[in-house]
Design a binder for this molecule. Sequence first.
Ligand code: ZN
Length: 285
Amino acid sequence: MKKLMLSVAALAMLAACGQSTEQAQAPAVELYAMDCGRASFGDVGMFADDGSMNGQSRELVVPCYLIRHPSGDLIWDTGFPDAIAAMPGGRMEIPQMGASVTLTTTLEAQLAQLNLTPADIEFLSFSHQHGDHTGNGNLFAQSTWIADVDERNYMFSDEARTGQAFAGYSQLENAQTRLIEGDAQYDVFGDGSVTIIQTPGHTPGHTVLLVRLPNAGPVLLTGDMFHLAESRERHLVPSFNTDRAQTLASQEAVERIATETGARVIRQHVLEDFNSLPTFPAALN
Ligand SMILES: [Zn+2]
């Protein structure tokens, strides 16, 4: 009897060992969703080149994400420039898009709630060049910037240098940079927990981010693959995308990844998806 009890204890110990090995394999990754602005559009027709959204008004959320990993912090998209918060009413008009932008709490202030400053952030990456994603890029000029080579080339092209977004990220030209080349995915921490995936079409080097969380499972942050609640299901393509065929191929790639990994797909600008994530400073883990 004593022998049996011992072996039961041994089994329990083995089981406990197995469990702790499993826990060691899944790094304690956390995902924080921050509100980095809202954009109100009187007409979202530009987000569907088939004309199906013409005349509809909509509010889009502009998020920033912080991914905390035991080996470092990654900022994914930096929202609208923090400077908007200091403008009258925290509001700025973007007449060429027919949009009104509001920003109530700066990205810097939100990081401070976690006792972080931009200088504490090891890695920076953007889904793409547009000003609602790169607005606070310069805050992270001391971080290591992980950039798709096609997107980076576009960001410092003559055309982009004269664009409105450029001022937000201009200082990254001299930042320590890791380039994503070819068709490769980029494994940020080398353990498969945080991966940047190429999905061109909206811009020359648009990317999405796959985050594998230890409890919540895989989450796919899809940049500007799907601007509106209708975009994913109806395969809508914005009229200002750089390549329509590439966009559709990338939409298919996203669906494939979502199916293969079982990832929860977050349409970054869709309020419903943003609100489904824990309210900052709470994290998904
Ligand atoms: Zn956007």
